[in-house]
Ligand binder design. Sequence first.
Ligand code: WT7
Length: 657
Amino acid sequence: MSDTTIESILHEQRLFQPAPEFSQGATVNSLAAYEELYAKAAADPAAFWGELAQQELHWFKPWKQVLDWSNPPFAKWFDGGKINISYNCLDRHLTTDRRNKPALVWEGEPGDSRTLTYFELHQEVCQMANTLLKLGVVKGDRVAIYMPMIPEAATAMLACARIGAVHTVIFGGFSAEAVRDRLNAGEVKLVITADGGWRKDAIVPLKLQVDNAIADSACPSVAKILVVQRTKQETAMVANRDHWWHEEQATASTDCPAAELDAEDLLFILYTSGSTGKPKGVVHTTGGYNLYTHMTTKWIFDIKDSDVYWCTADVGWITGHSYIVYGPLSNGATTVMYEGAPRPSNPGCFWDVIEKYKVTIFYTAPTAIRTFIKMGEEIPNTRDMSSLRLLGTVGEPINPEAWMWYHRVIGKERCPIVDTWWQTETGGIMITPLPGAIATKPGSATRPFPGIIADVVDLDGQPVPRNTGGYLVVRHPWPGMMRTVYGEPDRFCTTYWEHIAPIDGKYLYFAGDGARQDEDGYFWVMGRIDDVINVSGHRLGTMEVESALVSHPAVAEAAVVGKPDDLKGEEIVAFITLEHTFTASDALIKELKQHVGKEIGAIARPGDIRFTDSLPKTRSGKIMRRLLRTIAAGEEITGDTSTLEDRSVLDRLRQDT
Ligand code: WT7
């Protein structure tokens, strides 16, 4: 984040009360109502979540215990209970007025569109579930979903959930190499993909990427590939291994009862970057995740049966899982899915979708908002967006200027904004305004959701005074929390629960973000304190990008840092030393950027590559990223450099850049 942003956040005084018209109709309709819920949840979390689980979800069999925290940090929620999230998202709505209500409204990139009612989506999911069973998938098997933003992506997720298969969605922008790593890490049995997907006016051949990923028996666990026909270009199919989605669906039965699963059965694995090592497989389970995404959607987005709700995320990220698919459908809402993205050739496409479908609730990322600001307010101003009643943001801190623009130009000073802080690991939104209850301040995610005991502490776990920076932690388990890192339980403990040692046996969840609480108890999340870079709301680990760079023959050493960027939040800067047989050139810079794109995906491509003869290191050989960050940002180096092994490196780095 830039200095000016930090300045403005520190001095942000504006307060926006919820509009009375909004509050009147809201599910949580006053500050007192929020505080009552919050106090109730804090006093007896198990009773609070247990009551909601019973009221809001269908259980085949009741649980024995709401929370089992006898073996921290490994939690069990609703142990002994039997549930199915696909049943809660579909079947239970069929006996109500929602049967013929649009469940999924989809707008395709070339202008095609499709609407599936709850009845229709249920049928498709049942057919797909039967197809998976026919292809040999059984409960517990991992199924990868590498898809464009098409309805079949949601169908595939729900079909896995229906039979207890564990889905692992791989973002469609990841390269074949990244796909290969994830297929192997999850020992995936079946891959669901498409012939191609639209990405900014071009077709990405997804099936071909899967073929490349698994070529030469690189992924021995993969037995079957199911292919959706989307873009209809020539696509090679291997007999007995590859199957067309539409051919299988045509013959599959629409009758497939939802499996009665244990609340703690795995629902999905989603890989996310950390500061060290390969991406972590974040594990979420069925019952707690269903309840948490259901309640957060209900209270934060104030979902009503009349709403048309649109979250612009990709299903490849947690936001797409929780707030395009599971949360909205569990609530019986109409959820919009869009295949495209704003780009110079179609800068108004988001506003067209809002106008066309009369979207009432719109949830997007600060990076998108900043892009719209650049494109000019004439574009949204020429669309009728009077249907909107609530706006949301997620993914990174929102700078107050962008918040104000969103409020004025898109919300017409009428719509509350929910700035929602959470993570892949938390399953659902953790700190956020409830729009009818909590007054907002531009740039603050405001207060914790009921049941979330958040705090800002020092490394000893002691709360820091108000208006002092510290580490964001959560003091009590919650139903949507991740359960472990897939196959790496020790990594789960060290990454999230051991940075701050448990105090009197009480474990603190360490989020990896820096934050402060102001005099009103509002949270201001400042960003990552670890080596995670947030580029346009996408999380990238420095080590992953460095590994990709050093796998190129020209690179001897690489150090990657984030640099503040007006549009993307942060941009990747790579400092590189070359093998002596190579020389620095613009062509090599281009080649290295492409190489990272091939190893991980376009989102990981460094914006800036700088060659240097050596990197600043401590005497024990650790790269001093703090110094590189300062140099990348073009700032003066201050603070302690006494641990630096060779001080002259700094002078050379400054001259070079
Ligand atoms: C990291 C999590 C949660 C879905 C999207 C990203 C940052 C997220 C906010 C916000 C400030 C935010 C944090 C967090 N972040 N939302 N409203 N204000 N920072 O999920 O990829 O798991 O990334 O995104 O740094 O730790 P993710």
